[in-house]
Ligand binder design. Structure first.
Ligand code: FBP
Length: 272
């Protein structure tokens, strides 16, 4: 619909690419994720920094968004994620993301897109498929794009492919996201430009964003990874720990923006 097309543009610049800041870690991993730079546990402080650095969009759960939306610029894309899990759950339930908010909550917060995770290959895949279908159906009716965090993980994946980052697994998840109606996909790095390009192709034109992952000790290593994503045809990245676990997120975001939007050489981008 027209609404979906308009709202997609709040994230993607004219080059079709986006850099999005992720901050749902206080729920998904617990506040220990912020201990490296404890001041960033306050969503207002880190949001102020990322917005000042020129980020294209941000992703939060509804409660944190309520605290931090005033820090956003009018044109910062706002993605509200409606599913999560805590790491306090019993191990057997770690492969399920549950719904913790509703599309209406996101709309009231001024969201531009709605996000939800599906762990493809989980024993509880069925629950997340249904959850995603409900969220997507309602969001689409209202003219909102839907982002699927398409994260394959589960026992059979490990048995059959060895690891969840195998490109055959990642592209399966991306394809399943497309076929289930996602307007944007967020997924893992597959380890090489060539294999990530296959993931992008399997997504058949639906934008594929990298899921940042654990902080790299050397910032340039992460810039290089994002550079490869862009070279592979990826639409950008959704980055959490690699931003808020650094002492100085602003220059790092500026460097990331140069890589994402200008294909700038990572070493050069890091210098400025
Ligand atoms: P990162 O850039 O920190 O990896 O953030 C992306 C993200 O998907 C978060 O939204 C989420 O909290 C976290 O990674 C989940 O990581 P995992 O499920 O691998 O523990």
């Amino acid at each position: 619909s027209v609404g979906i097309r308009r709202r997609m543009k709040r994230f993607f610049r004219r080059d079709g690419r986006a850099l999005i800041f992720a901050m749902d870690h206080g729920f998904e991993h617990g506040p220990t994720d912020f201990e490296e730079h404890w001041e960033h546990v306050d969503p207002r402080i880190i949001m102020r920094k990322v917005v000042r650095a020129g980020i294209d969009g941000v992703m939060m759960l509804p409660g944190v968004a309520r605290l931090a939306v005033d820090e956003l610029k009018p044109d910062t894309g706002l993605m509200i994620k409606l599913t999560s899990k805590t790491e306090l759950r019993p191990k057997d339930d770690q492969l399920l993301q549950s719904q913790l908010g509703f599309v209406e909550d996101a709309v009231k917060l001024g969201a531009d897109a709605i996000a939800a995770t599906v762990y493809w290959g989980s024993p509880q895949e069925d629950v997340m498929m249904r959850q995603f279908a409900e969220i997507a159906s309602y969001a689409h009716d209202l003219g909102f794009p839907v982002v699927q965090f398409a994260y394959p993980r589960g026992p059979y994946i490990n048995e059959r492919y060895g690891k969840k980052e195998d490109y055959r697994v990642v592209m399966y998840g991306a394809r399943a996201a497309v076929e289930s109606g996602a307007d944007m996909i967020k997924t893992y790095w597959t380890g090489s430009k060539e294999t990530f390009a296959k993931v992008v192709e399997a997504a058949a034109g639906v934008p594929v964003l990298l899921s940042g992952g654990a902080k790299t000790d050397n910032p340039v290593d992460f810039l290089k990874l994002v550079w490869e994503v862009i070279e592979a045809g990826g639409a950008g990245a959704v980055v959490g720990r690699n931003i808020f676990q650094r002492e100085n997120p602003e220059p790092f975001i500026k460097a990331l923006l140069k890589v994402v939007h200008r294909n700038e050489d990572p070493e050069e981008a890091a210098k400025a």
